[in-house]
Design a protein around this ligand. Structure first.
Ligand code: MF3
Ligand code: CO
Ligand code: CO
Length: 261
């Protein structure tokens, strides 16, 4: 036990890193596959069905969200003022909606976790600005990741960028270590002070997944026990990557196919 409590951060072996690469690539492939289906009139449960079929039937993998702590579907679909953990249902997307799809694939025992924002038709200028700011904030956080940096550097980079743009960072949910276990140490806060928190070491794998609200940061859990919404009903955006700390910096394990080299 140290000043950070009982935090035990696993260091992945070369073999485990290779399995994380594969799981991460598969999760990204699901988000690539679904992009063309996120259109006006599609029911969110149809998006869930397509992702489930692809993960199970094509990838021969396991959708980690399904039955996770009782979650009833294979992906989370969070539209507009839904912050995260939206449950796919019969409701149809409409022009102007902004939607986060969050998918986690288990392949060969390892998890890959990623989410992106999608526009349904043409978004408002504010929705576009929010989405872009959240995306850029995630990348500023990832940009801090290297051996010797601290998790507080990541959180600070995200929070300061978001707040400079007049938006707010959700505090109740954070990034997480990931591997054979879906959510493991460390907690990756999307706010904080530089130079604080645990020091990053090569072989660590974790997610960076800021949730950014157009209004105030506060959230409310709906009676379904899952759906998280902004308390002031303002729009919310989220992007998520799974990353690996390398000797030289960071490797993003969940890049879209067109961003890989
Ligand atoms: N994928 C989410 C995360 O980024 C967790 C979803 S859990 C679920 O950590 F049960 F809501 F699916
Ligand atoms: Co996720
Ligand atoms: Co995650």
């Amino acid at each position: 036990m140290d000043s950070l409590g009982s935090m035990q951060v696993a260091i992945k072996s070369q073999d485990e890193q290779e399995k994380m690469r594969l799981a991460g690539r598969m999760a990204a492939d699901v988000l690539d596959m679904i992009a063309g289906h996120v259109v006006p009139g599609v029911a969110t449960e149809e998006l869930d069905r397509l992702c489930h079929e692809y993960i199970v039937g094509t990838q021969r993998s396991v959708p980690a969200n399904l039955n996770y702590r009782g979650f009833p579907k294979s992906i989370c679909v969070s539209a507009n003022h839904v912050v995260c953990h939206g449950i796919p249902n019969e409701k149809r997307l409409k022009p102007g909606d902004i939607v986060n799809i969050d998918v986690t694939v288990i392949h060969d025992g390892f998890h890959g976790d990623t989410s992106r924002m999608y526009f349904v038709g043409k978004p408002s200028v504010q929705a576009q600005r929010l989405t872009t700011t959240c995306f850029e904030a995630m990348w500023r956080g990832i940009g801090q990741v290297r051996p010797g940096a601290r998790l507080g550097d990541v959180g600070h980079a995200i929070q300061s960028f978001v707040e400079e743009h007049g938006f707010s960072v959700v505090r109740e949910y954070c990034g997480h270590g990931i591997g054979r276990v879906y959510h493991e140490d460390p907690q990756v806060l999307h706010y904080g002070e530089p130079g604080t928190g645990i020091e990053l070491v090569p072989g660590m794998t974790f997610t960076v997944e800021p949730m950014v609200n157009a209004g105030k940061r506060h959230v409310r859990l709906l009676p379904d026990g899952w759906t998280v919404v902004t308390r002031d009903h303002s729009l919310s955006a989220q992007w998520e990557h799974t990353v690996l700390v390398t000797e030289s910096g960071v490797e993003v394990l969940t890049l879209a196919a067109h961003d890989r080299r």
